[in-house]
Design a protein. Structure first.
Length: 109
């Protein structure tokens, strides 16, 4: 997948695949969250399913479909402030949650 976008590119290339952003317009209208592929003459749409993964080349990371598309952010850096243990615990918790969102760990309930 190239990237996420809300409007089709003006000059698509055969074989391109895009993630349709929320609020998409034009030929992509009403296809939010789907994958749009150009076959040389028209757009074909693929509805995502649970567990589907795509690599977002623009962001340089995997996206996982789990009730919606997820791309985890890195946890906050520990600054070594007045309470480094509290900051470290929060950063570790954030990291575990991000790994769960990426499908590395199961999502905890």
């Amino acid at each position: 997948m190239l990237a996420e976008a809300g409007t089709p590119p003006a000059d698509p290339v055969d074989g391109e695949l895009w993630l349709v952003a929320s609020g998409a317009t034009g030929e992509w209208g009403m296809h939010d969250g789907e994958l749009a592929g150009w076959n040389g003459s028209e757009w074909l749409f693929i509805a995502p399913h649970e567990g589907m993964q795509v690599f977002d080349r623009a962001a340089g990371q995997l996206r996982l479909y789990r009730g919606g598309w997820h791309s985890p952010l890195p946890p906050a850096q520990v600054n070594g402030g007045a309470a480094p243990d509290i900051e470290l615990r929060a950063a570790f918790t954030s990291l575990v949650e991000a790994l769960g969102e990426a499908g590395i760990f199961p999502v905890t309930q």
